[in-house]
Design a protein around this ligand. Sequence first.
Ligand SMILES: NC(=O)c1ccc[n+]([C@@H]2O[C@H](COP(=O)([O-])OP(=O)(O)OC[C@H]3O[C@@H](n4cnc5c(N)ncnc54)[C@H](OP(=O)(O)O)[C@@H]3O)[C@@H](O)[C@H]2O)c1
Length: 350
Amino acid sequence: MTHHIAILGGSGFVGRHLAERLCQQGHQVRILTRNRERNREELLILPGLELVQANVLDPIELEAQLQGRDVVINLVGILHERRRGRNDLPPARHGDFEKIHIELPRLVANTCARLGIPRLLHMSALGANPIAPSAYLRSKGIGEEIIRQAGENSAALGHFTYLNGPKLLWGRGLKVTSFRPSVIFGDGDSFFNRFAQLLRSVPFVVPLAKADAKLQPVWVEDVVSAFVQAMDDEKTYGKSFELCGPKVYTLAELLRFTQQQIGKHQVILPLCDLVATVQAAILEKLPGKILTRDNLLSLSVDNVCQRDDLRKVFGIEPSSLESIVPSYLNQGSSRAGRLAEVRKRRGEAA
Ligand SMILES: NC(=O)c1ccc[n+]([C@@H]2O[C@H](COP(=O)([O-])OP(=O)(O)OC[C@H]3O[C@@H](n4cnc5c(N)ncnc54)[C@H](OP(=O)(O)O)[C@@H]3O)[C@@H](O)[C@H]2O)c1
């Protein structure tokens, strides 16, 4: 069945991979972006893709762009706030996390309900929880809870303590599914690519905060497969799925793995929490915000799956990072290569 899909956050790392797969399968995909010009060259070559500039936080613009769609996918997310909220409970008030991870999902769910759109897929994050230690994870947790309650099966569950925004219209046939991935790797990621960039610029010693933090990285194409399968699978309605790769690593192991891939041999120096906090307090003031104190709080919770949803629900055998990362870390962008192929074929067809 061909769907008319709107993707919010579709210009990002996950969104580009997802849009490519959906277009390959013949779906009509509309990506909403704040900056069409910045993304047009790479995205507009995908057949069936429409790239629209819109402020998704504006209810009128959002409604106009979701009109006529039968599936909405919300991937919008940020790791750092430009405007910070309060760091106590209720969390992230008036900050960017609240706007992007709480108010936007609420607006999207409301708009879907108002327009009678039947299907909403939402990207959360592993560890997201309304009482998590970091503002990022708390806001993601509340956003996921809003989406869960917006699903038709949760209409009877009552009002969630932090949901103090405008009245919700849920319970009108909206089928929702949320996804909770650990860190996602793949061509164009900002995890291994950023590690590699850092390692290439640091000479002898790499001071590493939260070196023992546990993560279970998952390949972006496995995440995409779960989204695509869930779209038409009734079993996934009203549910939330954890997405992880096959193996758990510490942050230090992942950094060492990156070193091996790019031929670097610096000493990795694990930092105690106090020094790590001072380091993050300095780094978060610099452009690019490599690390913030809120990131440290996120890393204080193990980012490891409790369930094997990729295999058990979706029948996907997760790919190891050892089998994927070398293909893009050192050898330019394989995705760019694939897109050049698409461009060439379209040129030939024209
Ligand atoms: N990557 C990971 O390792 C990972 C792990 C767990 C969960 N997640 C979640 O997965 C989702 C996608 O991640 P990603 O890595 O693809 O992120 P990304 O590359 O940073 O892309 C995020 C997208 O969100 C949009 N966006 C950002 N700020 C916005 C704002 N203020 N208003 C409107 N749109 C905004 C951007 O669209 P425009 O700039 O085009 O407007 C961009 O396309 C996020 O929700 C993230 O929290 C990611």
